[in-house]
Design a binder for this molecule. Structure first.
Ligand code: HEC
Ligand code: HEC
Length: 527
């Protein structure tokens, strides 16, 4: 990999040389010279040797990682960086010193700001040495060799001199471990040079422009289906226009403006159904699928899962909604698929009859009827030439209810810090003839809370923490101190969250654990 050389991520060096003065001359001429900007704004402190900048050239990070570093250069080291230069440098560094798709895959939950996500498991030493202050995903989303990881440890203590006494650093010789054992370990786990990156960096990447079919799911809320049209904005970015519908048939329009970093990291800002949204999506390596999460910029816990597939991709079933139907039931089923014409026939598998009532641009609606004697199991769904297994199931009775997330955190709000709600979802499953659990997707539930233990009952946590609404979202109370609480305590709580699901005459219960805690004062792009 040639670090420090300006190169567009979606072109190989030789291709770039060939095309630079031909088809892409306009684009190449318009793009700000990232290396020149780094020279102007950074080389006063980060000395340059033949296009290699001290520290800067020996690290690879995500766009969010570079944003955090640039913020620190400004906030702590006094760098004055105009917004356009900051954007151009972030883009240049993420493109030329980014991470390959396979390198970000395990840590995408942090980029997508998924609420209540489980952090990476990198073993007990990194969990205790680093994971007590921030996510290990923040660490795993960077690449550098042992010598630079050592410098990064020096930065931690230089910047936060009390670090060893914080976050339970005193139960171990923190500095000794951080400077002797960890740099080689981190350098081996997350090295600067990898095959994945040199392969990705040398490849031609497919542009995201075109027509896409889309499926979105908001936990505890709506499913969205429809299309996206993505076009170039002529300035190296993209515009997306969404024509979506929820499964109740209501239109949900939206749009966004996005940049594509590192050839696959889609970062958009726009609105969906009139609500501001941020988009953190990843384009698949072959450029035919985009997936990730959108969220409200002020409340990153509010959002949903997003999947888009190019409309001209090989025929495939992208999603079926609802994900399951009961034996003897009938109703409307929505299928999202690619490569299917308006007159396609639909099959939902053994024991189910289906008749198409509407087929519009990859979204097919059918009326389905499940035979009373149909057996429990997943079905193969086909629409014209598109077929898929696993997206749809039939069941006779619900056997298990799991509440997701199984452990959640909500935060009281106050002053300038908005409350952080927690959304729960009841996921049903049924056992097939072989005893294997078949997932049936989210189901409506009756929600309630209970004290988690005797201490939570004694301190009346249920009364002070907040309230759970009918859709399974917990709304925390305002921040304390609360004079009517013992010791004027804050409105924190330790609760059980119950879901009761009705299936015919029977009732099934699921349970989760909720902690209502204090505000998070600093919200960084990577938690
Ligand atoms: C006024 C001096 C100054 C300027 C200008 C400056 N930096 Fe830094 N930079 C530092 C210092 C000091 C450190 C080491 C401490 C730290 O990491 O905060 C550092 C560290 C870094 C690191 C390593 C951080 C890590 O992850 O361990 C990177 C990368 C970096 N700078 C990038 C940049 C870029 C890019 C620019 C220009 C846009 C820039 N710096 C401009 C002073 C500066
Ligand atoms: C006492 C708390 C604390 C501990 C312990 C800690 N960190 Fe950090 N770390 C921070 C803070 C605070 C920042 C954000 C610094 C900033 O950008 O202002 C940070 C930032 C980082 C970053 C991103 C910096 C950048 O510029 O991209 C990495 C990578 C990182 N830490 C790695 C580690 C590793 C590895 C360990 C364990 C050996 C560790 N940290 C332990 C507090 C801690």
């Amino acid at each position: 990999m040639s670090i420090g050389a300006p190169r567009l991520p979606w072109m190989s060096a030789s291709l770039l040389a060939l095309l630079c003065f031909a088809a892409n001359a306009v684009q190449a001429a318009e793009a700000p010279d990232g290396q020149a900007l780094v020279r102007t704004y950074c080389s006063g402190c980060h000395l340059e040797h033949d296009g290699v900048f001290e520290r800067i050239s020996s690290i690879r990070k995500t766009p969010e990682g570079w944003t955090m570093t640039l913020f620190r250069m400004h906030n702590v080291h006094g760098l004055a960086l105009p917004e356009e230069a900051s954007d151009a440098i972030t883009r240049y560094l993420a493109d030329t010193q980014g991470l390959a798709p396979s390198e970000t895959a395990p840590s995408r939950f942090a980029l997508e700001r998924r609420p209540n996500a489980k952090d990476l498991d990198l073993g007990p030493d990194l969990a205790q040495m680093c994971g007590r202050c921030h996510s290990l995903a923040r660490v795993a989303l960077q690449r550098r060799d042992a010598d630079d990881w050592l410098k990064h440890m020096h930065f931690h203590v230089g910047q936060f001199p009390s670090l060893e006494y914080q976050a339970s650093g005193r139960d171990r010789p923190w500095w000794d471990i951080a400077t002797k054992e960890l740099p080689p370990k981190l350098g081996a786990l997350f090295p600067l040079h990898t095959q994945a990156w040199s392969d990705w960096n040398g490849r031609t990447h497919r542009e995201p422009t075109g027509h896409w079919v889309v499926v979105g799911h908001e936990p505890g809320g709506r499913d969205l289906v429809g299309t996206a049209d993505i076009a170039s904005d002529g300035k190296g970015g993209y515009t997306a226009r969404y024509r979506l519908r929820d499964t109740a048939g209501r239109d949900v329009a939206g749009d966004s403006h996005a940049l594509l970093y590192t050839g696959y990291e889609w970062r958009g800002r726009g609105a969906l159904g009139g609500v501001a949204s941020r988009e953190v999506f990843a384009l698949s390596e072959d450029g035919v699928r985009m997936s990730g999460r959108w969220f409200d910029p002020e409340h990153s816990e509010d959002g949903g899962d997003w999947t888009a597939v190019r409309a001209d991709a090989p025929a495939q079933v992208v999603a079926v909604l609802p994900r399951a139907m009961k034996a003897g039931a009938s109703g409307t089923v929505t299928i999202v698929a690619t490569g299917v014409g308006p007159a396609s026939s639909v099959s939902l598998g053994t024991g189910v009859t289906a008749k198409v009532v509407l087929a519009d641009d990859g979204v097919i609606q059918a009326v389905a009827e499940v035979a009373a004697d149909a057996t429990t199991g997943t079905r193969t769904v086909s629409v014209g030439p598109a077929a898929g297994t696993g997206a749809f199931a039939v069941y006779r009775k619900i056997d298990q209810v799991d509440v997701q997330p199984s452990y959640a955190i909500a935060r009281v709000g106050g002053g300038k810090v908005p409350p952080v709600t927690a959304q729960f979802e009841a996921l049903a499953s049924a056992r097939d003839a072989a005893g294997v659990l078949v997932p049936l997707g989210p189901v409506p539930a009756e929600w309630s809370t209970a004290p988690f233990d005797a201490e939570a009952a004694r301190t009346h946590d249920e009364k002070f923490g907040g309230s759970l609404d009918a859709a399974g979202r917990y709304h925390p109370a305002g921040a304390g101190p609360n004079p009517v609480r013992e010791f004027s305590g804050n409105n924190t709580a330790n609760l059980k969250v119950h879901a009761r699901v009705a299936d015919g005459a029977s009732r099934l219960d699921g349970e989760s654990h909720l902690i209502v805690t204090v505000q998070r004062w600093i919200t960084t792009p990577i938690y």
